[in-house]
Ligand binder design. Sequence first.
Ligand code: PLP
Length: 345
Amino acid sequence: MLPEEVMKKAQAEFLDWKNTGMSVMEISHRSKEFMQLASKMEADLREIMSIPDNYKIIFTHGGASLQFAAIPLNLVAENDTVDYINTGVWSAKAIKEASRFAKVNVVSTSENHIADLSSINFSDDAKYLHICQNETITGLEFQSLPSLDKPIIADFSSTILSRPINISNYGVIYAGSQKNIGSAGLAIVIVRQDLLGRARGSTPNLMNWQTYVDNNSMFNTPSTYSWYLAGLVFEWIKDQGGVSKIAEVNKRKAQKIYTLIDNSKLYYNEVERNVRSWMNVTFKFNNKELEAKFLQESKDIGLLNLKGHKAYGGMRASIYNAMPEEGVDALVQFMQIFEKENSSL
Ligand SMILES: *Cc1c(COP(=O)(O)O)cnc(C)c1O
C-alpha cells in the first residue's frame, strides 16, 4: 500500500513536474531539477532514519535480492567464512546466494522463533553476521540483536522505516523499496564507511557499492520514477511526525490483531510472542476449510490481499506504514464477526 496523499500528489504532478512542462519520467536524471530531487531524497532519508555521517546511502537496482550476492562480493574473499542466521524463506535465499561467493556457516535455523542469541555459537573467524530483520512470509521480527565484535548485515526489506532503529548497531542495512517505501525498482543500501572499498576485483561495477558512492548512485541511469516516489514517501513520513510517531501507530495496529488472535478459538498465530512482526501478521484457522470462505467474505467488503504466502499458507495481513489504523480496525471487526458466525463449524 502507498499513502493516498502520495499517490494523489504523484497524479497531480504527473504531466507537469515542478513547472518543467514535463513529467518527472521525461526529464534527464542529470538535470538540475532531478539532481535536487535526489539530494533532497537522500537528506530526508538520513534525517528520518537518523543515519550517522559515517554511513553512506546507496540507491540501487536489482531489489533486495541482488544484494544477497552483492554482500559477500563487497565484503569478503571467496575463502572467508561468514555467519548467517536462518529464520525463514528470505534468510534461506540470502544463504543460498551467498554460498556461491563465500563459506557460509548457518549458525542457527528456526522458523517460528529466534534462538536465544546469547547461546548461538558464532564462528570465531566469520567476517560478518547476516540476519533477516523481518521475515515477511511468517511474520517474525528480530526485537533485539546479538552483541558481536563483527558487523551485522541486515535485510530490512519489509520493516525499514517502521520504527526507530540505532543504525550504529549494524554494518550494512539494505531493503527493497516496494514493501514499506514506494514502487518496485529501487533498493536502498546503508553502509558503514569502513566497510566500503573491499569489493573483489571481479565484482561487477553495478554491484560494487563503491561505484554508487563515487557516482551519487548515478553510475548509470537510475530508476527515476521510483526515486521520485520514494522521495514523496519520505516527505510523507516527515509530515506524519517522523518514524517514532509512525512506530506508535504501527505497534498499536499489530497489537490489535494479535490480541484478537490470542483471544480467539478460531484463529491462531504460530510465531513466538516475543518476536512477532509489527509489519506482517500471519494467522491460520483451526478449521482449515474456513480459509476460502474468509478470503471471499473479506474481499467482498474491500479487505484485500489477505491470502498468506504460498510457502507458508494461512492468512497474512501486511500492515505497512501506509495502512491506516482504520484499515486494521476494519479487519479486526470483520475477524470478530467471522468468528461469531463460524464458531459452530
Ligand atoms: C520482498 C523481500 C525480498 C526480495 O525483494 P526483491 O526486491 O524482490 O528482491 C528480500 N527480503 C525480504 C525480507 C523481503 O520481504
